[in-house]
Design a binder for this molecule. Sequence first.
Ligand SMILES: *Cc1c(COP(=O)(O)O)cnc(C)c1O
Length: 405
Amino acid sequence: MSFDIQKIREDFPILKRRVNGMPLVYLDNAATSQKPQQVIDCIVDYYSNYNANIHRGVHSLSQEATDAYEKARKILQLHFNAANAHEVLFNSGTTEGINLVASGFTNLLHKGDEIIVSALEHHSNIVPWQMLCERTGATLKVIPMNEDGTLQMDVFHSLLNSNTKLVFVNHISNALGIINPIKEIIDAAHKVGAGVLIDGAQACSHVKADMQALDVDFYVTSAHKMCGPTGVGMLYMKEAWGKKLPPYQGGGEMIATVTFEKTTYAEMPHKFEAGTPNISGGIAFGAAVDYLNAIGFDTIKKQEEALLQYATEQLLSIEGLKIYGTSEDKTSVISFNVGEIHPYDIGTILDKLGIAVRTGHHCAQPIMDFYRIPGTVRASFAFYNTLEEVDVLVAGVKKATMMLR
Ligand SMILES: *Cc1c(COP(=O)(O)O)cnc(C)c1O
């Protein structure tokens, strides 16, 4: 491998841990990534040296905290190539970002309107839209999936019409790792005048998403899947939508003036950022993005492709092992089952061996229903994983299979 993997691993203190007496093999990166020392230090530094509320105080600490927080917003703007820093909204994560947009559409949708979701979504990109349909009388349409985990794009195109108001699809599926053709989806939706929300929670640790090139309306992600802390995320919102959508929550920070007769709202981003935010989280989100860019997304991609290819080959050598999501366009996520063995049983044995994988429906029950399975074992790799760890996984699955068959 072309880069110094041992040096990278040194950045992540948790990777030195032992679990159940065995060296930790962390392969649950699609649920959350581990954090490098640089990000941990950033949080400690904030609370140790300049903790203060932002945007309000004239005192020096408040200024320092505000500057650091706004610098993080700028880092995200540049990373995601948003046209304006105020289109980058901080919130608590992907789930909140989606709920903010769904809530904002309450008065913009009416009976007869249609919104489109894909069959590959995380529950957090399904349920808020179902709730929106209940509030507005709009209808939810679904883009079905193929056996290989791709979307039936011909059906998608046939679903679009002048009643379509919104389309929401994930950039990369968390359950299967499939990369969706989001540019094609955005362009086609715009042709009928519909807005598009892309759920980038699973994508942003693997690829650099370009807001202007995509011409996307809304793009949501969570810091914790990108080596940042939990409880903070980004909602990119195109400026024009920021004027159309009402505020999400009322409170401090989101107002321009308040009297009991009438309150006027602040402009973006503050309009959508009521209350004291997760200040250290926002600053550390910026540090995490800096960390990933210092390694480089090309390097990350190469490393993860090598892991995916090797792990796929090795796992498929196990008799009865079936991988779900076999399209070529995928990232380093392998969802599998072995024969009729319940995924939970395999996961439990792997844990005894120090190997962390996820088992279950991965918050994407419709995909499991499609394959008629209760769930899968999901191994998801990050750039700090090694080929040796793949060997440990494969030996572990073999052992579990032998014990359970
Ligand atoms: C993780 C994930 C979510 C949910 O993210 P939260 O950080 O829990 O809000 C949504 N969609 C996808 C595709 C995900 O991978």
